[in-house]
Structure formats: C-alpha cells, structure tokens
Design a protein around this ligand. Structure first.
Ligand code: ATP
Ligand code: MG
Length: 283
C-alpha cells in the first residue's frame, strides 16, 4: 500500500481517444477494489462528472472555484454512487480559469496546492485531462506522479504522442521531477482490424503498453448516459472487464496488495477485481 496516494493524470491532447472513459472506469474499478479514490474532472466538458452521476444542474461550485481560490476542495468534493469514490466536478466555467490564471506566477501549481490538504484521505487520485496541452493539463501533470495515456489504435495515433511526451518532459523539468509515464492504455481496440494490430505493435516498440487492452464495447459508451461507470452498468461486459483488468495491473504495479480497514459502506454492492497476489518485499 503506498503511504500517500498515487496520483494519475489521464492525458492525451487528441480528442475522443477514451481519456474520460478510462479515468471514470479506472477510478471506479480501484474503488471497487476497496481503495479510496478521488476522481478530479479537469475538463470543462464535465464528462467525468456526469459519468459518475453528478448532474450539471446540481453543481454549485466546481474545480473552477478551487483553481481561482474561491473554494476549497472540501467545499466542492462530492461522493458518488460508487462507495469509496469521490469526485471534484467540473463545468464550462473551467474555460475561464485558463484565462484568469494566465498571469499568475503559481498558475501551474494551483491544482497541486489545492489537493494537498485532502490527499491523506485517498489511496489513488485520478485526474481526467481535457483534449489540449493548455493550462488545465499543465496543472494535472504538475499535480500527478504518473501519466496514463489512452491511445486509440488508428493511423495518426503516434503523431501526437511525441508532442505529449515532450510536454511531460518539460513539466518534469520545470515543476514536477517525480513525474513519469506509467504506460499507454490501448482503447477502443478492434481486433478484427489489421491496422489496429500494426499500430499496437508500433506503440509497443516505443512505449510501455498495459497488458489490459480496452476493446471497443458499446456498454462503455452507454454507461455514461446512465451516470454510471461500466462496472455498475454491466459488469460482465468486455469493456467493464477490461477496466477491471487495468485496475488490477495498476495495483500490482504499485505493489498494492493490502486493503485498508474501512467502515462498512451503505452503498450498493460493487463487483470487485481480484486482489493481486502479495509479492515478496512489496510495500
Ligand atoms: P475528449 O478528448 O473529448 O475529452 P476523451 O478522450 O475523454 O474525449 P471519451 O469521452 O472517453 O474520450 O470517449 C469518446 C467517445 O467514445 C465517448 O462517446 C465514449 O463513450 C466512447 N468510447 C470510449 N471508449 C470506448 C470503447 N472502448 N468502446 C466504445 N466506445 C467508447
Ligand atoms: Mg474527456
């Protein structure tokens, strides 16, 4: 068990590659394994918020107020239908944060500073980034320890990666020496398409790619309209199973084999990914 939470930024400046689907379902799968998880919606589109059932109309304050210093994380934090999963929601307001912070000397570290007081309450924090390398992604990369890069296996998939990796290197040098790329998550995988395999092989030649591959699966695209992560919408679906496997791989990678004791939860029963086998010397 890590002493302080592991903080993952789910980032790729390319739009629609499965960042939010990965952030929501990874966060929910880690929570299903009885880890305490905080999901942070860093995207003005607010899809991660709605994906865990937070309705736009009910959001009074969000990440925007936190970043501009008008609210604390505790004031905007919400619990979700998944026991052990909290979310910091986002709304369209967040667009303005990019503009309002641009002249602030601490503009890149606002999120990290804001999260610091609540980190001890969580085992994992998952940051869902917007499809750009602007100030919001910069804040996420500065606050994170590891980057997860969802990648759709299509023709131009690799082109943007070079730019993303250069940005990660710059953030590492300027603000966050601990930052590292945890790996690439292949998303919307269609095994019948030969291009998919070609791209996957090429990515594997250059980067660490998770064994857990997320198939193209309609349940993953339906679940958000019900405000549910896929493990609560249809746990047997290949999509939900893919994310449960990814969570297992991440727990293994973190040497996280033990659950923390916790109070009985009143929430609905949630399917659990199997705990990884304890490793000798794992922390
Ligand atoms: P953006 O860049 O706009 O933030 P994103 O990278 O967060 O997008 P998602 O919103 O997760 O991408 O996914 C884009 C669309 O594809 C959504 O409609 C989502 O439901 C769907 N989708 C994501 N992953 C899968 C999958 N494995 N199978 C089928 N549909 C998927
Ligand atoms: Mg998204």
């Amino acid at each position: 068990m890590p002493p302080s939470p592991l903080i993952f930024a789910v980032a790729n400046q390319k739009g629609g590659v499965g960042k939010t689907t990965t952030a929501v379902n990874l966060a929910a799968s880690l929570a299903a394994a009885e880890r305490r998880v905080l999901l942070v919606d860093c995207d003005p589109q607010g899809n991660a918020s709605s994906g865990v059932g937070v309705r736009r109309q009910t959001i009074e304050q969000s990440l925007y107020e936190v970043l501009i210093g008008q609210a604390t994380v505790d004031e905007v934090l919400r619990s979700t239908t998944v026991p052990d999963l909290d979310v910091i929601p986002a709304t369209q307001d967040l667009v303005a944060a990019e503009l309002e912070l641009v002249d602030q000397p601490d503009r890149a570290t606002r999120l990290r500073e804001a999260l610091a007081p609540v980190l001890h309450r969580y085992d994992y924090v998952v940051l869902d980034c917007p499809p750009s390398l602007g100030l919001l992604t910069l804040n996420a990369l500065t606050a994170a320890q590891r980057v997860l890069v969802p990648l759709q296996c299509e023709y131009f998939a690799l082109e943007g990666l070079t730019h993303l990796m250069a940005t990660i290197d710059r953030v590492k040098g300027a603000f966050n020496p601990e930052l590292g790329v945890e790996g690439i998550v292949l998303t919307m995988f269609d095994g019948r398409n030969s291009l998919t395999h070609q791209v996957a092989d090429e990515v594997k030649a250059h980067f660490r790619v998770f064994d857990a591959i997320i198939p193209r699966n309609v349940k993953l695209s339906e679940a958000p309209s019900h405000g549910l992560p896929a493990i609560l919408y249809d746990v047997q679906s290949k999509g939900a199973q893919g994310y449960l496997s990814l969570a297992r791989e991440i727990l293994e990678g973190a040497g996280d084999t033990k659950k923390r004791p916790r109070k009985a939860s009143k929430g609905p029963p949630v399917p659990k990914p199997a705990d990884p086998k304890p490793e000798a010397g794992g922390s």
